[in-house]
Write a protein that binds this ligand. Structure first.
Ligand code: AMP
Length: 418
């Protein structure tokens, strides 16, 4: 299906062509006509599916009639509010609005925490039609009377599941209370959990539902591989794999911020330029790390799941799960960083004996066993007793595992061994 079939204006079709998009992604094909028709939409789509353009393009068309060149701020009220969970995603969505909207004279700005508030206040005072915001900083602006949301016509909740995970529900509710009751609502979420359905029930009006297959669950351009390894040899194995295979641009996931920092320091000391990116870092630090990574001066970016959400790094060749995530779904998010847009990618998981249950959960979700291989020199100690896993937030020991005499994740067929 060509972009021209979706009902977008000719100039926007031209813009996407200039961006090199030859045809709409599934979420774009499904959502764009619905948004143009003024429907509320609940869409299951994660980063990498083209979801940003799926809401930004039709919003630009719907708002076009309000475009004006007046200097009066009153002529530029906030008409579209796009709420996102993280600063990185906020910057990216803002960039997309500016890219896709380059032919439409509407004003857009972005507000998020971690940087001084005054320049944002100034931009808001001048008047903007499209506002991209993280919930906390937006409420700061509301508190300072720096922004009025009384004329919002379209609300977008992007990565709504992640906003709930991050505890933004009360903030979202406070923000929604400030909006006019009659408006169009669009909600994007990687998954449709019960919480998401409940939230959509309170916000959306007779929504059309758009569900596209989690692209990475079916994409076979991603080569997945598990390395069983002892927990205390993971750092050494990772350094070995990066150096040995000459990997550049490796995104590594850890479960904790402190783990990310430690690992980045370890790799960096061994001459593999590495930076940790997580929410304790200041915004300029995070931006610098990401830019270095994109430019190739930083070889390894170590991130937690939360920090990695919304990082738009195209054609990333290597993703490493230094630790498996607590939630199997996060494995899919993580490996979705690679193999995008037809490029091939590697997703490698370093799995210690205490993670056998987590690996099983991932394989259940994928409905297949991931091939595994043991790296020479890193053969796991078969007599190792697994340490009890510690849960994500409670800090209490999780279930005890009894797989001491089996390699984790060994598929029944034993494929992939060498
Ligand atoms: P998103 O899921 O919005 O984060 O988008 C992921 C990436 O896909 C971005 O780098 C977009 O530039 C790109 N993209 C969006 N729509 C298309 C399309 N129709 N064809 C090719 N690439 C696209």
């Amino acid at each position: 299906m060509p972009f021209t079939a979706l009902g977008l204006s000719a100039d926007l079709v031209q813009v996407v062509a200039e961006e090199g998009y030859t045809e709409p992604t599934p979420v774009q094909a499904a959502a764009i006509p619905l948004v143009l028709a003024g429907r509320d939409v609940l869409a299951a789509a994660q980063t990498g599916t083209g979801k940003t353009a799926a809401f930004v393009l039709p919003i630009l068309d719907r708002l076009r009639s309000h475009a004006n060149t007046s200097f009066s701020p009153a002529r530029h009220p906030v008409r579209v509010l796009i709420l996102v969970p993280t600063r990185e995603l906020a910057m990216q969505v803002d960039e997309s609005v500016k890219t896709y909207g380059r032919t439409v004279p509407l004003r857009a700005t972005v507000v998020f925490g971690g940087i001084p508030i005054e320049p944002q206040t100034k931009a808001l005072r001048a008047g903007v039609e499209i506002l991209v915001a993280t919930p906390g900083r937006l409420l700061d602006h509301v508190g300072q009377k720096g922004v009025n949301l009384g004329q919002v016509e379209i609300l977008v909740l992007d990565e709504a599941d992640r906003m709930l995970d991050m505890g933004f529900l009360p903030d979202i509710q406070r923000i929604i209370a400030l909006l006019p009751p009659r408006r169009q609502n669009l909600m994007f979420s990687a998954t449709f959990s019960d919480d998401i359905r409940r939230l959509s029930g309170t916000i959306l009006r007779n929504p059309a539902t758009v569900e596209v297959a989690p692209r990475n669950a079916t994409v076979d351009t991603i080569r997945q591989l598990v390395y069983p390894v002892d927990r205390d040899r993971k750092e050494a194995l990772l350094a070995h794999l990066i150096a040995q295979n000459g990997w550049r641009q490796v995104l590594v996931f850890t479960r904790t911020k402190i783990g990310a920092t430690r690992l980045a320091t370890y790799l960096d000391r061994r001459g593999l330029e590495a930076v940790a990116i997580h929410s304790d870092r200041t915004q300029p630090e995070r931006t610098r790390a990401l830019e270095g990574f994109k430019a190739g001066t930083v070889r390894v970016l170590v991130a937690t799941d939360v920090a990695a959400r919304g990082l738009d790094i195209e054609d990333l060749p290597h993703v490493v799960n230094f630790e498996l995530p607590w939630e199997p779904q996060d494995y899919i998010h993580r490996i979705g960083r690679t193999g995008r847009a037809g490029a091939t990618g590697d997703a490698v998981s370093l799995v210690s004996i205490d993670e056998a249950d987590l690996l099983r959960g991932v394989q259940r979700l994928l409905k297949k066993a991931i091939p595994w291989t043991v790296e020479a020199g890193f053969v796991p100690d078969r007599n190792a007793e697994p340490e009890p896993l510690r849960g994500p937030s409670t800090g209490r020991p999780g279930r005890t595992h009894h797989y001491a005499h089996r390699s984790p994740g060994r598929p029944r067929s034993g494929s992939g061994s060498r």
